[in-house]
Design a protein. Structure first.
Length: 101
């Protein structure tokens, strides 16, 4: 995983996305549904509150797959947290907590 992420680092933000997906094991729809406010870096976790998926050509926002799927997922890697902090500072919509991350 790390070798793939390192190779994708030059195509920002693909390297960090690979590390984040592998480190959190979130489902695709959960990853797509993350908003800036869901990345709680001070507490060291990501809050899974919504998912987004494409159904019949339309994007649909929904709650995660089950009630247990609404959760806080710990971010266990300090380097990943530092990378996420840097990514969010440079994010086009960093001032909008509802923006998709």
């Amino acid at each position: 995983m790390e070798q793939v992420a390192t190779e994708l680092d030059e195509y920002e933000p693909h390297g960090i996305l690979i590390r984040f997906a592998a480190g959190t094991r979130l489902r695709d729809a959960e990853l797509q549904g993350l908003r800036i406010r869901d990345l709680n870096l001070a507490a060291g976790h990501v809050e899974v509150r919504q998912s987004i998926r494409r159904v019949n050509g339309e994007w649909q926002v929904a709650t995660p797959k089950s009630a247990r799927s609404t959760r806080n997922v710990p971010l266990l890697s300090r380097p990943l947290i530092a990378d996420l902090r840097e990514y969010l500072l440079a994010h086009l919509h960093s001032g909008d907590p509802d923006a998709l991350s």
